[in-house]
Design a protein around this ligand. Structure first.
Ligand code: GLN
Length: 481
């Protein structure tokens, strides 16, 4: 990043960069509701610390790079609400590991971003603190659940934002806001300090404007962590030299099921998908079609297994240890009143759904069966990757939709995730990259999915598409700088 080089060589101070970014952050907050909290004193203090380290001769890969963090990820000394009233007043005691790694690399936190409550949503309309608007068109959603993180980067308040991706929450907002968004191979980035939604899916990822920045964020955030037993201990694949390697000879499979997706594929998305395939052919890739038959079952399987995990993870919010507390006259009253008042409707719906799927009489019919299909889907992917090196499909079946368009129909909202949940179910890495625009200049994103640990290949391919689409050259009309 040019900014990191400028700070790292002392041409500009991290403090000056942070001051400017705080102003932009304020503007993005006002225009789009992208942030839930800021703390200028903490930000400037961290920036000064970076300046001290630079002056002492430390080499920092992200020196002075301002970044925003989704509010379901802990940053020491700052509130973590996860977009929920139930965590109002909770201040994180320490950094999530991915945040600690970015800070260690010289990056500076400028604020916590708005999100769907506990990461549950595809439009950021499930935040207890109000929706976020899309900087490309404020009448539209920025995607979810990392909608605030996406809006912050698209509005150019910050060049980098961290999000969490359980079933698409980094990739889909990236697509809606014209950004690059990646989720790693499951376990590649530590989950320590993430407020759990569905532990066997949750991963931290990043949103940036370019593929190069995406790879730099991955290189810093990825790595083993003794505080997360599911974090991979194997060496992190080297992604830094990957963008620029091209696509020559790479076997790319167009997802056969994409065109028949339930609910249909928007015409402009279809056209962009075809253009992306042509761009890869032109770059020397061997483009074919590949079938992953059970992706058609991914949405119901995801909404059974993820809600089951959520019902268990969210049991800890009972008024005893964290955040808001109500009804202290009796223990049952404490639980009931704290949870009734603290959780929003979507979170309650999922707790009910997940509790039902796990209940004694229905466990085998729902949760057990969904787990079996999940395993079969992984096998489908493994079979597909014997014939191709990576799979290409749209990130979302349509560009950003209007605020309110799906709020009355949870099933329609869930279908927005049809392409992002399959790799999450299988623990595979995936990157969303801008591939062009709709007729009315809304960004469109394509998703590249690869086998475990294929991040270097995915970033190389993403860069090919980034170059071919020219999407990087356009700025959101709502950009604040
Ligand atoms: N939209 C999906 C959901 O609502 C994914 C959310 C996420 O990845 N956190 O569950």
């Amino acid at each position: 990043m040019a900014l990191a080089d400028a700070v790292g060589t002392g041409r500009v101070t991290a403090r000056a960069v942070a001051e400017e970014s705080l102003v932009r952050t304020g503007k993005a907050q006002e225009a789009f509701g992208a942030f839930l909290s800021m703390n200028a004193a903490l930000t400037l203090g961290e920036a000064e610390e970076v300046d001290r380290r630079v002056n002492a001769g430390e080499q920092l890969p992200l020196a002075g790079v301002p970044f925003a963090v989704k509010d379901n990820i802990n940053v020491a000394g700052r509130p973590s609400t996860a977009g929920s009233k139930i965590l109002a007043g909770f201040v994180a005691p320490d950094h999530a590991t991915c945040v600690a790694r970015l800070v260690q690399a010289g990056a500076v936190v400028v604020g916590k971003t708005n999100c769907d409550e506990f990461g549950m949503g595809s439009s950021n309309e499930n935040s207890a603190y109000g929706p976020v608007k899309n900087p490309w068109d404020p009448a539209r959603v920025p995607g979810g659940s990392s909608g605030g993180s996406a809006a912050a980067v698209a509005a150019r308040a910050v060049p980098l934002a961290v999000g969490t991706d359980t079933g698409g929450s980094v990739r889909q907002p990236a697509a809606f806001c014209g950004l690059v968004g990646w989720k790693p191979t499951y376990g590649r980035v530590s989950r320590y300090g993430l407020i759990a939604f569905a532990s066997s899916f949750d991963q931290a990822g990043a949103l940036t404007r370019s593929v190069d920045e995406a790879a730099r964020a991955f290189a810093v955030m990825a790595g083993a962590d003794p505080r997360d037993s599911t974090a991979l201990a194997t060496p992190v694949p080297d992604v830094l030299a990957a963008p620029g390697r091209g696509a020559r000879g790479v076997r790319i499979g167009l997802l056969a099921e994409a065109s028949s997706a339930e609910g249909g594929l928007h015409e402009d998305v279809k056209a962009s998908f075809e253009k992306a395939a042509a761009a890869f052919r032109a770059a020397g890739a061997l483009v074919t079609t590949v079938s992953v038959p059970r992706v058609t079952l991914a949405v119901p399987v995801y909404y059974l297994t993820a809600t089951a995990e959520a019902s268990s993870n969210l049991a800890r919010f009972d008024g005893v240890r964290y955040g808001a507390r109500r009804g202290e006259a009796s223990l049952a009253g404490l639980y009931r009143e704290t949870r009734s008042a603290g959780f929003g409707p979507e979170v309650k719906r999922r707790i009910l759904l997940g509790t039902f799927a796990l209940s004694a009489g229905y466990h085998d019919a729902y949760y057990g069966r969904a787990q079996r299909v999940r395993a079969l889907l992984s096998r489908d992917f493994a079979a597909a990757f014997r014939g191709v090196d990576a799979i290409l499909c749209p990130t979302s079946p349509e560009p950003a939709f209007e605020l309110g368009a799906k709020t009355d129909d949870p099933l329609a909202m869930y279908l927005a995730d049809v392409f992002t949940v399959p790799p999450s179910l299988a623990g595979l890495p995936a990157v969303s990259v801008p591939s062009g625009f709709s007729r009315d200049w809304l960004p469109i994103g394509m998703q590249l999915i690869g086998p475990g640990d294929s991040e270097p290949l995915l970033f190389a391919l993403a860069r090919v598409l980034e170059d071919a689409s020219g999407a990087l050259a356009r700025r959101a009309p709502g950009a604040v700088s």
